[in-house]
Design a protein around this ligand. Structure first.
Ligand SMILES: [Zn+2]
Length: 345
């Protein structure tokens, strides 16, 4: 086990012990969202089984000719197979079935990693079934999938299943600082936006995060002020931005949610350690005062629902506008009511 692999320790331990005990399965399913290290762990398994340094269990040296060939994708006994089209072509699977029968040409075990295994159609999956029933002893097949239930039940039942879990935020934060040169502040922010995925954390562009965070703060600020023109102008600018760059819509919603969560965290924990946007603690505090508790809760619930629906190609621009208009009118109504009451008192 190399130290820099983070998260999913139970899976790593199980593989480690299976290698030591000689009880590795011949077919695995590694299932879970992108960015949790499924492919990397499958390759680590290939490295450790073929490492010439004789490292025990899931350990490998990373330096020997075998490890180096795997690093560069040139090991004759290790194959990563991707669908050539939207789904795997039957020919690709037939080729795999043929190749898997051969003995290793230079290593100890052959490893076949099928990426996006859910993209096998029924014909391809059925032809693979026979191989899974009588697997060749020197080959291991690892199916990687983000959609476990899209695999045929007959395939699922013939493989050992490893379900990858999101990496805990603190562990992710720690890894970003330790292995990827993040400052603690950036690591905290990115880790919370990445939902337990190291891959997603590393893909985030810090400048974009910063820019969208600025926009988010502005939007929340103008939302609480009486100036309609300013708010509407800002809202339509943000919405237009969402329409133009749909991928950023996702991140934008994510950042808005993280700011609102911070409002709640601020109430519970008074110390700075728990607050991610601590570079802007004052802005956050000031902004928090403009939102009534129930509005924070409801806006957060609405945004979270909206964030989930973004996956289904909804009209993000319109959705965002409606959501903010609704909550803004509630905030302003409440303010008018409060000041009227103050006047009466
Ligand atoms: Zn090695």
């Amino acid at each position: 086990m190399t130290e820099e692999f983070i998260g999913n320790r139970p899976i790593r331990l199980l593989l480690h012990q299976s290698i030591l005990a000689g009880t590795l399965a011949q077919a695995y399913i590694f299932s879970g969202p992108d960015g949790l290290g499924k492919k990397r762990l499958a390759l680590n398994l290939a490295r450790s089984l073929n490492c010439r340094a004789g490292s025990p269990g899931l350990y490998f040296c990373g330096q020997c000719s075998s490890c180096r060939k795997i690093n560069t994708g040139n090991h004759p006994d290790v194959q990563v197979i991707l669908p050539e089209t939207k789904v795997f072509k039957i020919d690709q699977i037939r080729q795999l079935i043929q190749d898997i029968q051969f003995l290793p040409s230079e290593g100890n075990r052959r490893l076949f990693i099928l990426e996006g295994a859910e993209r096998m159609n029924e014909e391809a999956a059925n032809s693979l079934l026979k191989t899974l029933e009588e697997p060749p002893t020197k080959s291991i097949l690892v199916l990687l999938t983000t959609n476990f239930y899209a695999l045929l039940p007959t395939i699922r039942s013939r493989c050992q299943i490893m379900k990858f879990m999101p990496i805990p935020t603190t562990e992710l934060e720690d890894a970003l600082v330790r292995y990827h040169d993040f400052t603690p502040g950036d690591a905290a922010k990115v880790a919370r936006l990445a939902h337990g995925s190291l891959g997603a954390a590393l893909e985030l562009n810090l400048e974009t995060v910063q820019e969208l965070e600025d926009e988010s703060f502005k939007l929340l600020r103008t939302m609480t002020l009486a100036d309609d023109a300013d708010f509407l102008e800002h809202l339509s600018r943000v919405a237009a931005h969402w329409k133009a760059e749909t991928e950023q819509a996702d991140l934008f919603a994510n950042i808005l949610i993280s700011i609102l969560r911070e409002f709640i965290i601020m109430e519970v924990f008074k110390d700075r350690d728990h607050i991610v946007h601590f570079g802007r603690l004052e802005t956050l505090r000031e902004l928090r005062r403009s939102f009534q508790d129930d509005i924070v809760d409801e806006l957060l619930i609405d945004l979270e629902g909206f964030y989930r629906r973004l996956k289904y190609n909804i009209n993000a621009e319109l959705g965002l506008q409606n959501l903010f208009l609704k909550h803004r009118s509630r905030i302003l109504r409440r303010e008018r009511y409060d000041s009227a009451r103050r006047y009466q008192d």
